[in-house]
Unconditional design. Structure first.
Length: 328
């Protein structure tokens, strides 16, 4: 099979497509013919040697999500048959023509979605729903603050929040991304500076000084103090990423006065049963919204897997809105 392989640790130039042996499904496993696999920032970190996959997965073959067709099933698998259109998150090795999956991790692709569109959904959608609802405790009608409004997870989160009747405040360093996010339902966009990001005063103005009960943060250290100042009473700050740095300094008194909570979350290293729970929660709450057109795939661009270096270069520019997908 063809697969994306890192020929070392470094920049986009180490990413290439090579021939690897086809995987064979064992008992309780499903073999999927991958048609499309989205790129994630975790792939960029893995390429640089900064985010190794869980034990049992190759460090040189990236990929956290895929969409394709069931090609074969191992002994003991029920509910899936060859030809079924499926998508899923993976712990690694998803950017290849074939991938092995646990049957309980597979999601059926809604009718009308192409493989390329479906590939934008699993990692972003499951992460967003888990962070927003399971970790953040979002309830219908709440106001939420979502940072990095143009990212894959953020575009999924704002659509899920809107489908729940919520009001969404989003931030970005790019006005164009805020404008595109408004087309997805963003209610209030805040343009933030790179060197001295400020948004708490505007959040308080929008919310009549109450603050927000849920914040989804992908930036980390530079936003920490402003995040705490933006929390409502009993609010939750859910940290999903640390693109701006992991080591923050902030006033614990602000957290105490809000009686707030800071919660960190990751998806990839979790035990399988927890990822199955997150997947099934997404299937229950969000897939019907996708089928109804209330939550839509957000595709920045799709390129053949042979152009993987170009895809990495584009993501590193931080100019994409939504997901970049490799097609196999």
């Amino acid at each position: 099979m063809k697969a994306v392989v890192f020929g070392g640790k470094g920049g986009p130039e180490v990413a290439e497509v090579r021939d690897l042996p086809d995987p064979v499904p064992q008992r309780g496993e499903v073999l999927v013919r991958v048609r499309a696999a989205a790129l994630n920032r975790a792939d960029l970190l893995q390429r640089r040697g900064l985010y190794p996959p869980p034990p049992g997965y190759r460090e040189d073959v990236p990929g956290l999500e895929f969409a394709g067709e069931v090609s074969g099933v191992g002994l003991g698998v029920s509910g899936w048959k060859p030809g079924d259109r499926v998508m899923a998150i993976a712990a690694g090795e998803a950017q290849a023509e074939f991938a092995i999956a646990d049957p309980y991790m597979l999601l059926r692709i809604p009718d009308g979605l192409s493989f390329t569109e479906a590939a934008t959904l699993p990692e972003a959608g499951i992460t967003a729903h888990d962070a927003l609802v399971t970790q953040g405790g979002m309830r219908s009608g709440w106001t939420v603050l979502v940072h990095a409004a143009g990212s894959g997870v953020a575009t999924a989160a704002l659509q899920i929040a809107k489908a729940m009747g919520g009001t969404v405040i989003g931030t970005s360093r790019t006005a164009d991304k805020l404008e595109k996010a408004r087309a997805l339902g963003l209610d209030h966009g805040i343009l933030v500076g790179k060197d001295d990001p400020k948004f708490a005063d505007e959040v308080k103005r929008i919310t009549a000084k109450r603050g927000v009960p849920v914040i989804l943060d992908f930036v980390g250290a530079p936003y920490a103090a402003e995040n705490l100042a933006s929390l409502s009473q009993l609010g939750r700050l859910v940290v999903i990423g640390t693109m701006g740095g992991p080591k923050a300094s902030f006033d614990l008194g602000a957290l105490m006065r809000a009686r707030g909570e800071v919660r960190g979350t990751v998806l990839r290293p979790r035990p399988l049963f927890e990822k199955i729970q997150a997947t099934q929660a997404f299937a229950r709450d969000v897939l019907p919204l996708v089928a109804a057109g209330k939550v839509k795939p957000v595709l920045d661009r799709a390129v053949p897997a042979s152009r993987v270096r170009e895809a990495h270069e584009q993501m590193e520019k931080n100019e994409s809105f939504g997901k970049i997908v490799l097609e196999f």
